[in-house]
Ligand binder design. Structure first.
Ligand SMILES: NC(=O)C1=CN([C@@H]2O[C@H](COP(=O)(O)OP(=O)(O)OC[C@H]3O[C@@H](n4cnc5c(N)ncnc54)[C@H](O)[C@@H]3O)[C@@H](O)[C@H]2O)C=CC1
Ligand SMILES: O=C(O)CCC(=O)C(=O)O
Length: 380
């Protein structure tokens, strides 16, 4: 059973202010299974909302709400940037993924997803795995990224990790004039589904990797891996990762890790990782740029998983997914160059591009349908 949350400080007026930029927020409460979850639908201009479901032992309802609101907004931008006809949504389940999971909990969650009747598609994120969603699949078909034997496209962290590698190549190309990932130093935070695969590829390419995680078993497994396949791996304590002198910091765990406390500690030339919402606040993009650190916007870098789960609707095709994921390289280089040209941060350059696409689609939706329905849902 999920733990008792601290009392929320959010009153009803505050709540509507908090969700003012979101289309819909659904609070899910199923005492029988212990499910406490929030689904947030940010914007469906480009299509139905799509985004993974995170499971995390949030300390308070406010913390969970804050996270899901930011994550779902990020998905709107991620879809826009990757040229995907879906909108932004995300869900969080309040609970410890190591202790509070059960088939009943994921089935209950599946029922809530089904009740939205296709306005929201979901799958894995931090703290959840494909197997969890096999249970949800018994209640709803609006699930993606389940194993191939259940009709899904399989583990979406594979293309996400591959996308991070393309992003690191683009970053190296822009900074050093060569897109090779070998011979460079990386500091990886979080060796989970994505970070572990990124570390494996970097070590195999002969890079120097500093890595951290909060779970000893994961660190032991990474050490064994590097002993088998070679490569230079140094494990550091989780708080020390910010001070590692490296070419690129690769955040692959929680969001908000680029903030007033960590920026002064950083000794890297660039940041490019999979974690969603790496910047605590938007102004931290400016602080990085003033410090001479190149920031690869997270939602461009980590779009590989989204590309795969969105592609699933056309029938799984790994080659098509890989080709589209490769686009992250070009897209990122364009943003770096545009930001330089227009004297803006890389985040401003990326956001501007996304806002343009959403605005154009909003106008088209209004013109052709006098509504906001995505074009592919219109039957007549
Ligand atoms: N799985 C995917 O395909 C995608 C993941 N992302 C984002 O990438 C990040 C990682 O996702 P996954 O690998 O799927 O999650 P995961 O739950 O499999 O792995 C996260 C890892 O980070 C570690 N961790 C947590 N707090 C830490 C800390 N303070 N210091 C060091 N390590 C810490 C955990 O122990 C775990 O091993 C998340 O922010 C997620 O939202 C974004 C797009 C797609
Ligand atoms: O990776 C997935 O399974 C869905 C996409 C998503 O939630 C994300 O990119 O954060």
């Amino acid at each position: 059973m999920a733990k008792q949350l601290e009392k929320s400080s959010v009153g009803s007026d505050d709540l509507f202010q908090k969700i003012a930029h979101h289309e819909q927020v659904i609070f899910c409460n199923d005492p029988a299974s212990g499910l406490k979850a929030i689904i947030a639908i940010h914007d469906t201009t480009l299509g139905p909302a799509l985004g993974g479901t995170r499971m995390y032992p949030y300390e308070s309802l406010d913390e969970a709400l804050e996270d899901v609101l930011r994550l779902s907004e990020g998905m709107t931008y991620k879809c826009a940037a990757a040229d995907i006809d879906f909108g932004g949504g995300k869900a969080v389940i309040i609970g410890d993924p190591k202790k509070d999971k059960s088939p009943a909990l994921f089935r209950a969650f599946g029922q809530y997803v089904q009740s939205l009747n296709g306005r929201f598609y979901t799958g894995t994120d931090m703290g959840t795995t494909m197997d969890d969603f096999v249970h949800a699949l018994k209640e709803t078909h609006f699930i993606n990224g389940v194993p191939e034997q259940y009709g899904g496209s399989g583990d979406s962290s594979i293309p996400t990790a591959q996308g991070v590698i393309y992003a690191l190549q683009a970053t190296n190309q822009y900074l050093f004039g060569s897109d090779s990932i070998s011979g460079r130093t990386y500091a990886i935070q979080g060796l989970g589904k994505v970070g572990y695969k990124v570390a494996e590829q970097l070590l195999a390419a002969g890079a120097e990797v500093y890595a951290t995680d909060i779970h000893e078993d994961i660190l032991d497994s990474m050490k064994d891996k590097s002993a088998q396949q070679g490569g230079s791996l140094t494990i550091v304590k989780s708080d020390d990762i910010y001070q590692v002198e490296a070419d690129v910091f690769v955040p692959c765990a929680m969001g908000g890790v680029i903030n007033d406390e960590t920026i002064p500690q950083l000794k890297v030339k660039a940041i490019a990782g999979s974690a969603n919402n790496q910047l605590k606040e938007l102004h931290h993009a400016r602080a990085l740029s003033e410090k001479g650190i190149l920031y690869a916007p997270d939602y461009i870098v980590n779009a590989g998983g989204l590309i795969q789960v969105a592609d699933e609707l056309y029938g799984p095709n790994k080659d098509r997914v890989l080709l589209k994921t490769k686009g992250i390289y070009r897209s990122l280089l364009e943003i770096f160059k545009q930001a330089e040209l227009d004297c803006m941060t890389t985040v401003e350059a990326a956001n501007r591009k996304c806002q343009q696409r959403i605005e154009e689609q909003r106008n088209r939706n209004g013109f052709f349908t006098r509504g906001r329905r995505p074009k592919w849902m219109i039957k007549e």
